[in-house]
Design a protein around this ligand. Sequence first.
Ligand code: CAA
Length: 245
Amino acid sequence: MLSGKLALVTGGGSGIGRAVCQVMAREGARVVAADLNEASAKETAALLASAEHVGVPLDVTSEESVAAVVRGVRDRYGAPADCVVNCAGITADSMLKDMSVETFMRVVDVNLKGTFLVTKLTSNAMIEAKVGGSIVNIASIVGKGGNIGQGNYAASKAGVEGFTRTAAKELGRKGIRCNAILPGFIDTPMVAAVPEKVMKLLVPLIVLGRPGRPEEVAELAAFLASDRASYMTGASVEVTGGYGI
Ligand code: CAA
């Protein structure tokens, strides 16, 4: 389904990002796992067990760092990534009354500015090389419904959705599709940090009665990245187990 494709996955060192790398490699793509934590990115690449996959350091909040990765991909593979999955994201949960400007901006910086920078520089590279491509942005169901203690995260993820639709409109004429995935509560280090008393309140709101598995989101990311989704752009697709419906 993805043979011949070259994928760049941000946040590829853990959680949903690592699962996306695994599913995309299984489907035949060459994968560049990029993460702030270089060791975890390299660990992901090692799990994929072929020298055609690599793990590289990437700070999505730094334009220089993103540009270096985009250059590095072109130098190594002789072409730009034509499948990009923006998974890099953080939480810094706190009630509104306690949330500092620093805490608000830190989350917006990684989740929203990071998605903007990676989308901008990777799509520029696709356009320059005259290749089409697919960009998948991991937003969140929290961007739609809000969530207690997540004012910063909800704002950043709602921003990712609006940004994705704009990128879809601008880039469609260049053969580049851009879609968003809205995961619900997925078994990742991020969700493991939610206090048990809060999880006890959240899980009953999930129709399927359990948090999701990272690969259950990764399957959709691989589909959206592939040519099988050739008529999909500007979409926001929920993978929530029916959370909150
Ligand atoms: N629903 C209902 N009640 C909630 C609630 C929720 N989602 N979250 C918190 N509350 C309640 C608490 O139970 C508590 O009630 P009591 O006073 O009756 O005990 C009250 O609100 C205050 O909560 P805390 O005692 O926890 O307050 P705190 O200031 O110590 O901590 C917090 C606040 C840091 C936000 C903490 O509640 C927390 O970490 N909540 C989890 C936030 C969360 O859901 N994060 C999701 C991360 S996963 C993710 O983001 C991925 C994704 O895309 C979905």
